[in-house]
Design a protein around this ligand. Structure first.
Ligand SMILES: [Zn+2]
Ligand SMILES: [Zn+2]
Ligand SMILES: [Zn+2]
Ligand SMILES: [Zn+2]
Ligand SMILES: [Zn+2]
Ligand SMILES: [Zn+2]
Ligand SMILES: [Zn+2]
Ligand SMILES: [Zn+2]
Length: 333
């Protein structure tokens, strides 16, 4: 059947930039009419509805019945009993559907291909690197690009456990190794990729076959020397800038010290002025008078009060008390 898509499980197909046109929509499930079939009563069914809703020979109700109110009446209901045998491939609709521009169903996995539905089968089978396929060896489900890449690369941690190949490093190795064997072989492989021993110390990035390392050490003396000098200069520069930083810090501290000294000087001046003002105040006649009055008062209180009070009548005591208060008031005011 020339117009049929091999893969009919394309429910996730997205038509480019637009919704499914009405005449290309399945009467049963409202999805795109993939591999359309027509019923005698004029319905169009997609491959999936055709094969899951209808039986080969005995009649079933056409799935369009779920969506059509008009089919409630008995007479019309009868004509919706159909079997696969009485339906026929809807060539005209299939042609239209195959011309639709769609996105590859593996779009979310990374395939950016846009194509007509007609090209899709061939794209997914022969071209799409993001199609999920089954590995013949281990039956794992992997993407096509992995099957061609890391799944069949002994050096990859994703390598197929059932895959065998010669060591990719030593050309004369004739034995085909599983990944586990390869890992063991790598310990002693004469051609395994090896870092220069000066990688850490001076940063030589050379990575060559094990057998070529000695040659690298011989011919690389000049390069290693150059790297060493560079390292040395870098180290010197680093130390230099560190020194500069420390110097800056010292300068800042010194400046701060100077400011402190100025502030202390200003404070001393203030104290001096205050002391002067205090001594002029102490010499003032007003203060002398006040001090004398105060002294006299406290003497009077000490001598008069406790001695007399017991022997005198209450009236006398009250008078004296009044007098004292009067004197005090004159001091206060
Ligand atoms: Zn359908
Ligand atoms: Zn129908
Ligand atoms: Zn109907
Ligand atoms: Zn694709
Ligand atoms: Zn991988
Ligand atoms: Zn595999
Ligand atoms: Zn090897
Ligand atoms: Zn080196």
């Amino acid at each position: 059947m020339e117009q049929a898509l091999v893969r009919s499980d394309l429910s996730s197909i997205k038509i480019r930039n637009k919704p499914i046109p009405n005449h290309l929509m399945c009467s049963g499930c409202s999805e795109l009419l993939i591999n359309s079939y027509q019923t005698p009563h004029g319905c169009r069914l997609c491959q999936r509805c055709f094969s899951t809703e209808l039986l080969q020979s005995s009649d079933r109700v056409c799935p369009c019945i779920h969506s059509l109110d008009s089919c409630r009446d008995r007479a019309r209901l009868v004509e919706h009993f159909v079997s696969q045998a009485v339906c026929f491939p809807d060539t005209a609709t299939r042609k239209d559907v195959l011309e639709l521009e769609v996105r590859c169903p593996n779009e979310e996995s990374g395939c950016e291909k846009q194509l007509t539905l007609k090209q899709l089968d061939s794209h997914l089978t022969n071209e799409c690197q993001f199609e999920i396929v089954t590995c013949d060896r281990c039956s794992e489900r992997v993407r096509q690009f992995e099957l061609n890449g890391c799944h069949t690369d002994l050096r990859s941690p994703h390598c197929c456990s059932e895959f065998r190949a010669p060591c990719p490093h030593c050309s004369d190795s004739s034995s085909r190794l599983y990944r586990s064997e390869f890992e063991e072989h790598l310990m002693t492989c004469p051609e395994r990729p090896s870092d220069c021993k000066y990688r850490q110390s001076i940063g030589c990035q050379t990575n060559v076959a094990m057998s070529q390392l000695d040659e690298h050490y011989c011919s690389g003396t000049d390069g290693h020397l150059e790297l060493t000098v560079q390292r040395f200069q870098q180290e010197l520069q680093r130390k230099d800038s560190e020194l500069k930083e420390i110097n800056n810090l010292l300068m800042k501290l010194k400046t701060r010290d100077k400011q402190r000294a100025i502030e202390v000087g200003q404070l001393k001046e203030k104290v001096l002025k205050l002391t002067e003002r205090l001594s002029t105040f102490e010499k003032s006649p007003l203060l002398k008078t006040l001090l004398n009055q105060g002294r006299r008062l406290s003497n009077g209180d000490l001598t008069e009060q406790p001695v007399e009070e017991d022997n005198q009548s209450q009236q006398d005591a009250a008078v004296k008390e009044l007098n004292r208060m009067g004197r005090r008031r004159s001091v206060v005011f």
